[in-house]
Design a protein around this ligand. Sequence first.
Ligand code: ZN
Length: 326
Amino acid sequence: MFNKFPFLVFVLGFVTIFSSSVYGDTNFPQLKVLPWNGHKAATSLTFDDNDPIHLDFVIPELNRRKLHATFFIIANKVDRKDEWRQAIKAGHELGNHTLDHLHATALTPKEENSQVVGAQNVLQKEFGVPFYSFAYPFSEAPPTFKSWVEKTSFIARGGAPEMTSPDQKNFDWFNIPAKVTMTEYPFETYKGWIDEDLMYGDWLVWMIHGVEGTPWGWQPVPKKIFLQVLDYLQSKDIWVGTFTEIGAYLRAQKAFEAGTSKLTGTEALYTWVIPEHCPPNVTLKVILPKGSSSIELWQKGEKVLADAQGNYPILFNVGELTLRQK
Ligand SMILES: [Zn+2]
């Protein structure tokens, strides 16, 4: 039997040598997720405060380039709703940026609830789609306020000016770092961010407020520089996706890699835990290790076929995967 199962032999051998786990109830570390959907790095452009310039200039420029971004909406201050609905139809994401954009530290528990959960309900009703992401006004995330966000959202953007590495040990899914654009920054500053993102294979999240021409937006970025950034991103092997799209891939990757397998006869059933509020239809690109060509992957009673690059598209939301000998 073992000659037919070099892959499982390796797993069992590993377990026998390095741990006292029982046969048939062991970790299954061989499946690896391809970072960033097969790109060198990832980036998410996020825009705050439903600034009219986002509708008038940013979204048309993104649409022309087939790029998708995330717009954090202040529920009580949003107008031109039909145009925001059009943005959703075009593939952009709207996120929760509270009801009134107040300082979180000044809120009573009741106000915290209405600013986070209340806003979520208002926005979802208004736009008719689920909201997965949240951004803290003024990047203020005190613990009690944050706990409402954790109950309501899938992922949240904070304000630490860093990038997220898929290899880091811990993730705070409700305080993902983001770099803030400023009027006086030259293009070279942003080029430096993108180059660093590519060099380390990280996830760069942008926190953008105004763009030149805004009636009231904070720190407007000159239009020319903004377009240079878009062009530079498009010239690189970088995954440009909405905050939730890329965040869901990374979070799903981590949940998948923390999964466990159960060997029963000639099969291994691999299962993982799906996080709360996870968006639907998250597909991970999974690599089968060398020497496992006799293994087939099955989900929902169907064989998973490799794509043109030899990666296996795994439906994360299914929560399980069967490994079977050919
Ligand atoms: Zn804001």
